[in-house]
Write a protein of this length. Structure first.
Length: 197
């Protein structure tokens, strides 16, 4: 006896395959959404981390800029202090210069003349005075030429005048200071002389 299956097995199989396909599609969609969500979360976390790192770097750069400005200010203050120190050292070195210059001029000044004024501007000394004769002024110029402290004496002006019936010569003289080398003292000469056989 022949059996004939009248049930719609092809439609049932097709419906089963379609149900499996829809189920697989739903699973793939859920997995894909999960992967996209995980990737987005990872990217967001890395972007946030990089943003925080950038903010820290900007803060550190601002701090470094501030410290660089402070260092520049400190360098400027150091330069000011060093320049003041140099001025003080120069004053310390040259504090006896006026005494030495006056002493040297008084030693080189011949008799029969006197000075009315002595002015110094940097290394140039200008003297004004009165002499009995022109020869005494020439002697002063020669004496200053042989000085250990001064050099290049030059007569600027000399003119005759009469004061209280006496004929006098008023003069103006310029002389330059040499590099500061203090003259040897008598004790140094005695030590040097005492060491000679």
């Amino acid at each position: 006896m022949i059996r004939i299956n009248l049930l719609p097995h092809r439609q049932i199989k097709r419906a089963e395959r379609q149900r499996q396909f829809i189920l697989m599609l739903a699973v793939i969609t859920v997995l894909g959404g999960a992967v996209v969500f995980a990737g987005q979360t990872l990217i967001d976390s890395r972007v946030n981390a990089q943003t925080e790192r950038n903010a820290r770097l900007e803060t550190a750069n601002a701090q470094l800029e501030k410290e660089i400005d402070e260092i520049k200010n400190l360098k400027g203050q150091i330069q000011d202090v060093l320049s003041r120190k140099q001025v003080v050292e120069n004053l310390q070195t040259n504090r006896s210069q006026a005494v030495v210059v006056l002493d040297e001029i008084s030693r080189k000044l011949p008799e029969g003349m006197y000075l009315k004024s002595i002015k110094q501007k940097a290394n140039l000394i200008t003297t004004e005075g009165v002499a009995d004769t022109n020869a005494r002024v020439a002697t002063l110029v020669r004496n200053l030429s042989s000085s250990e402290w001064m050099e290049n004496p030059g007569l600027v002006e000399i003119k005759s005048s009469t004061v209280n019936g006496l004929k006098q010569n008023e003069f103006t003289l310029n002389v330059q200071l040499k590099a500061q080398q203090p003259p040897e003292s008598d004790s140094d000469h005695k030590k040097i002389g005492g060491n000679k056989p």
